[in-house]
Design a protein around this ligand. Structure first.
Ligand code: AMP
Ligand code: ZN
Length: 102
């Protein structure tokens, strides 16, 4: 997707430190952290939100990534959050799961 921040980060068009990646997703630190550690887990495929997913096996891949990321980042206690739709606070229209750890 041409005008998407997360797609541009994945392609390298917008510089950002990718802290984790596998075949299905990648992770970055949130630019405006709302917890001591605030990580975004993002599918490599541009899918707008939870409302647009057809193949839900992607979600298990993303939660597997969360387990790997948390091991890498020494996170044991955390919250996950998915905002879906602008009225629910979704600002970036490319699916992502927030990991929030204090
Ligand atoms: P949401 O409100 O669920 O769409 O979350 C989008 C998140 O992306 C927000 O927490 C922003 O702080 C974060 N964000 C926006 N642009 C960037 C960026 N360039 N790098 C890292 N995080 C970003
Ligand atoms: Zn995208």
């Amino acid at each position: 997707m041409t005008n998407c921040i997360f797609c541009k980060i994945l392609s390298g068009e917008i510089p950002s430190k990718i802290i984790y990646q596998d075949d299905y997703c990648f992770a970055i630190n949130d630019i405006n952290p709302k917890a001591k550690k605030h990580i975004l887990v993002i599918p490599k495929e541009h899918i707008e939100s939870l409302n647009e997913i057809n193949d839900f096996s992607l979600m298990s891949k993303m939660f597997e990534a969360i387990k790997n990321i948390n091991k890498q980042e020494n996170i044991n206690h955390f919250k996950t959050q998915i905002n879906t739709g602008s009225q629910a606070g979704q600002e970036v229209m490319h699916l992502h799961i927030h990991i929030l750890a204090n």
